[in-house]
Design a protein around this ligand. Structure first.
Ligand code: FES
Length: 71
């Protein structure tokens, strides 16, 4: 099944590379996945992207790296 029509990247290719330890970012860099029309990018991100950070359950505040706060 073709996921990226612009660069002819298949679902099987992506899953094989993921199984071999590649990240989605690495796959995108080597195949061009998502860098053509961009139509496949959100699908690939939802299916194989990194999990978003889980919300804190211990009462701690979320990380705010790069966010300036003022008193
Ligand atoms: S379908 Fe993947 S970049 Fe166009």
């Amino acid at each position: 099944m073709i996921i990226c029509y612009c660069f002819q990247v298949t679902k099987e290719d992506i899953e094989s590379r993921i199984a071999n330890g590649e990240t989605l970012a690495g796959i995108r860099a080597t195949t061009g996945l998502g860098y053509g029309c961009g139509g496949c990018a959100s699908l690939a991100e939802r299916a194989w992207g990194e999990e978003s950070e889980p919300e804190a359950t211990n009462g701690s505040r979320p990380r705010t790296v790069g966010v300036k706060t003022f008193p």
